[in-house]
Design a protein. Structure first.
Length: 332
């Protein structure tokens, strides 16, 4: 139907330059959610992006966090991100909420897009909580392209759900807001398996907490590959590796073969051998360390690549994915 690879904004983990941006505006837009507008300090245009893209915030405390861009791609003066304070997180969102004020600066990387909006006649968007953020520019793009779409948006309570007023004002007929304290869990059966199920060509985009994505994936198992696209905030439980022993990674540019033991990641071994690879989450969710594979079968353990991309075996996330054969060759 389409090539997933054609829709990706990056193809390999090349080290990239950080940009410094200034916080031009800061608003609390829901319980525990702050919306930041980031601009170039000298008023220069920012790099272009498309719906679904995210940027890394490289925080002074050493943490790197990914946030979806939720403004308008046409606005090249400003990037907009919404950040949920995660009380049980590792401090990234706490720093942003507590320390990053209007006029303050922060380093960023990107944008990258591992969750691109593929052209379609019809979309179903499913958001849980702060997972609404990548879907906002998607809905705008879908409307501009004349596509039919609907959004079902869940969250703990109405006050915890960002952008509700904006969404209802702009797209009242297409948006169903379903706070859990009023409606209970999202009725995915009605949405995905109701009368007639999903019509031909409908693409399903889902972003939110792991249990929501798991539930959507479960209900979409019968769909053709590529019709469901998800973006996770955190990795799902890891499964057993395909290959339990060591394997070799060969560096195409030099021919050097490096051994990866069961206790090490490919990323660790590359770094230990002086090969510079960009990485952010190091848990298979952000796509920063994506690296081209020239030969070999991969045991994909990330949450970025689609099923079609996994089958193509042309890319791997070296922070978590491993070889499913004795040797893989990387385009490094
Ligand atoms: Fe995020 Fe590898 S560093 S997927």
């Amino acid at each position: 139907m389409y090539s997933d690879l054609q829709n990706r904004s990056t193809a390999a983990a090349r080290p990239e330059r950080d940009l410094e941006v200034v916080v031009a505006d800061r608003q609390v837009v829901a319980d525990g959610v702050v919306l930041l507008d980031l601009q170039d300090p000298d008023g220069e245009v920012l790099p272009a992006w498309e719906a679904g893209a995210h940027i890394d915030l490289v925080l002074p405390n050493g943490l790197v966090r990914q946030y979806s861009l939720c403004g308008e791609p046409q606005d090249r003066q400003s990037w907009r991100v919404a950040v949920l304070r995660e009380s049980d997180g590792r401090g990234g969102s706490k720093f942003i909420h507590d320390e990053l004020r209007v006029g303050g600066t922060v380093r960023v990387r990107g944008p990258r897009n591992h969750f691109p909006l593929v052209p379609a006649q019809r979309y179903v968007f499913i958001a849980g909580g702060i997972g609404i953020t990548p879907l906002i520019p998607m809905m705008t793009a879908a409307s501009s392209g004349g596509a039919d779409w609907q959004l079902i948006y869940g969250g703990r309570s109405l006050t915890s759900m960002a952008f509700v007023e904006q969404l209802v004002a702009e797209h009242a007929d297409s948006v169903a807001v379903r706070p859990q304290d009023t409606f209970g869990l999202l009725n995915l059966d009605a949405l995905l398996g109701g009368p007639g199920g999903l019509s031909d060509g409908t693409l399903v985009y889902c972003c939110g907490p792991g249990p929501l994505i798991d539930a959507v994936e479960q209900r979409c198992t019968g769909l053709p590959t590529g019709l469901l696209r998800v973006e996770r905030f955190a990795p799902a439980d890891a499964s057993e590796p395909v290959l339990h022993g060591s394997f070799e990674v060969q560096i195409a540019s030099t021919g050097e073969a490096l051994t990866v033991s069961p206790e090490e990641s490919v990323l660790e071994v590359l770094r230990c051998n002086g090969i510079d690879i960009d990485a952010s989450c190091e848990e298979g969710t952000c796509g920063t360390c994506e690296t081209r594979v020239l030969d070999g079968q991969i045991d994909h353990r990330d949450f970025v690549l689609t099923a079609a991309e996994r089958e193509q075996n042309a890319l791997m996330m070296v922070c978590v994915s491993r070889a499913a054969c004795p040797r893989v060759v990387l385009d490094l």
